[in-house]
Ligand binder design. Sequence first.
Ligand code: MN
Length: 467
Amino acid sequence: MFSKETYIRRRTELKKLVQSGVIVIFGNNESPCNFPNNGYYPFRQDSSFLYYFGVQRDGLVGVIDIDNNVDTLVGDDIDIEDIVWYGSVDSVKDLAAQVGIEHSAPMKQLKTICHDAIKLKRKIHFLPPYRHDIKLQIFDLLGIHPNQQKDAASMPLINAVVKMRSVKEDQEIEELEKASEIGYLMHTTAMKLIKPGVTEKYIAGQVSGIAGSYGAMVSFPTIFSQHGEIMHGNPSMAVLEEGRLALCDCGAETINNYCSDNTRTMPVSGKFTQRQLEIYTIVEACHDYALELSKPGVKYYDVHMGVCRLMTERLKELGLMKGDTDEALAAGAHAMFLPHGLGHMMGMDVHDMEALDQKYVGYDDEIQPSKQFGTSALRMGRRLEKGFVVTDEPGIYFIPDLIDDWRAKGHCKDFLNFDLIETYKDFGGIRLEDDVLITDNGCRVLGKQIIPYHPKDVEEYMAKHRM
Ligand SMILES: [Mn+2]
C-alpha cells in the first residue's frame, strides 16, 4: 500500500475528471475454487479499487460522492467466528482511515446510498463488472440486468480511470521494477532447469513458485511449452526433448500487485540449431527494433506495423514469404507467422485495465482497432506517452492448423511460400518479450538486469548455470 496521501490525491483527481454524480467502485469478493471455504489463493483485489482505495481485504465497496465531496468505504466487519479462523483484521473504519477516508458504512447501507441517489436522479458511475457476484450485486442495487451492465457502465468513469492509470507514477514504476526483478529470477531459473527428460509442468511449477515466494503470485498462469506455436500453451506432462525449443512466458506480481511479463524461448539442448537461429534472430531484431521506434507521440500501431514490415522482409530473405512487402502487409500475410499484436499496456493488471475494454485502453478517437486477422489482436494501438508501460513481444510461429487452413483456402498465396512453410510444421514458435517504460524521448526496458535473450547470451547462461 502507498501513503494515504496517494489515495486522497487520486480520488481528488478522479472527482475533477468525472465532475458530478456518485462513483461506486466494487472491490472483489473471495472466489470459491471447488467449495466455498476453499477459495482461489491468494485473494486478488480489483485493480481499480486498489488504485483508489488501496485496501486488500475482500468484500469492500468504495463510494465517492462527488457533489457532496464525501468518500465512504463500505463493508462489514468480520465477526468472531471468522477471527478464530483467520486472525484479527482491522475494522472497516480503521481500513478507511489508512487510505484517508473519514466515513465507513456497513454493506446494507450501500442500498440506501444507491436508492437515495436514484431518487434524486443523480448519476451513479460504475465500471464494467467482470465477476458474476459483482454483476448480481449491481443488479440488486441498481436493477440493471447483468447482460446490460457493460453498456450501462459509465464512460466518464472509464475514461478517467484509463487516463490516470495509463501514466505510471514514480512509486508505481518502482513497484514494476520490483516485479521485473522477480521475473528475472523466474526466467533464469527456467534456463537453469531446462534439460532433456524433465516435464514442462515441473519447470512451470518451479518458476511459478518463485513468484509466490517473493511476491503476491504469478501475474498470469505460467506458459511453458515446447509447443511455442500455441499462444497460451498450458504446461503439460510432456517431457522436454533434445533439439526442441521451449517457450516460457511468465511474470510476477509484487505484494502490491504490480506485474511483470516476459517471454524467452530456449533450446532444450542448450544450443540453438542453425534453423532455429535463423528464425530466432528475426524475432530478436524485431524486439530490438520496437525499442528503437517507441517514444512519446508515436502510435504503437505504427511500431507494430514497423515490426511486421521488418519481419516480412527477413522472412522473404529466408524464402518463407515472397512478393511485394507493402502488398503482403496490406493483405495481412505476415499474420501467418505473427497472429497477435506487438504488445499491451501493463501495470497492476498484466493486460492493464483490460476489464474496462481494450478499445478504451489501447485505442481512442484517433486510432481504432483493426478488423484484420492478426492486427485485430493488437491490444495497444494509440500514441505512446511518457509514463506508459507497454510490452514488446514479437514472435514467429508455425501453426500447423493455420498453415493447412490458409493453404486450403489459398489465402495470401501470392505472399507465402507454402511448400517451404510446410517443412517448418515441427518447428514450434519463438517469442521474446520485455516490459518497456516510455521515457522523455524514448523508452527503456524495465528491470535492473535484462534476462538474457541474445542467442550467444542464452547459450552461455545455460552452459554456465544449468543444473
Ligand atoms: Mn504479454
